[in-house]
Design a protein around this ligand. Structure first.
Ligand SMILES: [Zn+2]
Ligand SMILES: [Zn+2]
Length: 139
């Protein structure tokens, strides 16, 4: 399967994702707003075993997701870039599209947590919108 390389801004962390993402999502939840200081996080979802760190040790920040299970944020202690968040409830990584080599060519398939979006958030048209997370998708 094809592998896609990813890295943080300073290059201390490098990783690869295997195959195609199982989902590509704009998340507008308050945590993602703070994470990005923007209206959304663009996450490409990869099953746990399809995301591998190649170089460096990320700093890990753990918070509880809405499911009550852990969301583990992996970020670089050197430059602060968050490369991915592991969603325990769904057993997948939400990888930062902006850190992946081909990330700028991937389009979002759904918009989630739009009920919690900033008043100035931008929603692309023609993409399914969900108030929170569609059932059974982790969180
Ligand atoms: Zn870095
Ligand atoms: Zn979010």
């Amino acid at each position: 399967m094809d592998k896609t390389l990813g890295k943080c801004t300073c290059g201390e962390l490098e990783f690869e994702c295997e195959g195609d993402p199982i989902n590509s999502v704009f998340c507008y939840c308050p945590s993602c707003q703070r994470l990005t200081n923007s209206d959304k996080w663009f996450g490409l979802w990869y099953p746990k075993n399809n995301m591998k760190l190649l170089k460096g040790e990320p700093v890990v920040f753990i918070r509880k997701g809405n499911s009550g299970k852990n969301m583990e944020h992996l970020f670089c202690g050197g430059c602060g870039t968050t490369i991915a968040a592991f969603c325990e409830a769904g057993d997948f990584y939400s990888v930062a599209a902006s850190c992946l080599k081909n990330g700028s060519r991937v389009l979002p398939k759904m918009l989630i947590y739009t009920s919690q979006a900033a008043s100035w958030a931008q929603f692309p048209s023609d993409i399914p919108k969900f108030d929170i997370l569609p059932p059974g998708m982790g969180g």
